[in-house]
Design a protein around this ligand. Structure first.
Ligand SMILES: [Zn+2]
Length: 179
């Protein structure tokens, strides 16, 4: 290293050190005012509450996914262009929203999807077991339809709901939209 550069660095370091102490003194003086002390306490509390909310949000989704008897639609289909021309099907649940295809979307995900992906990685979930309806459609539209149908048939169990969903005209319309 060159001598001149070292000297500049030392000067820069000493300057930043004295700037730090100056700012630190100013903060300590300000903290003597009650309203400012209160402000710092509130900022700290807000950060803690924000972290707590994130933790509970994640836990809530984890419990929702774990306790769901999934009813599945095919939420995405990929054709693998090898010599066999195979297709790879992804399934998503119309009740809880858990979606195998979420790991194929690495941008434009909303908060629920980002958290879902985190949970899937944490628990090593790649395939979702459940009742397959044989319907291939957009998952969020299928979830809306499920909500509507569930309101109409509040007493139907999951097997019955899967049948009701599968046989509804609207599900067939959604499927046509995808094709
Ligand atoms: Zn589910």
């Amino acid at each position: 290293m060159e001598k001149e550069k070292n000297n500049n660095l030392e000067e820069e370091y000493q300057k930043s050190l004295s700037d730090y102490f100056e700012a630190d003194d100013a903060v300590k003086k300000m903290e003597q005012y009650k309203v400012i002390k209160k402000y710092f306490e509130l900022v700290k509390k807000r950060k803690e509450l924000d972290e707590k909310e994130t933790k509970l949000y994640k836990k809530r989704l984890r419990i929702r996914y774990a306790n769901c008897n999934h009813i599945l639609v095919e939420s995405k289909t990929d054709v693998i262009y090898d010599f066999e021309g195979r297709t790879y099907r992804y399934y998503g649940c119309i009740k809880c929203g858990l979606d195998e295809a979420v790991r194929e979307r690495d941008y434009g995900c909303n908060r629920e999807e980002v958290t879902m992906l985190e949970l899937m990685k944490e628990y090593g979930i790649y395939r979702i077991d459940g009742i397959r309806t044989g319907i291939r459609c957009d998952l969020s539209e299928a979830r809306d339809l499920y909500e509507d149908l569930k309101e109409k048939y509040p007493d139907a169990d999951d097997e019955e709901m899967a049948e009701i969903f599968k046989n509804s005209k609207k599900a067939k319309k959604l499927m046509n939209k995808m094709n």
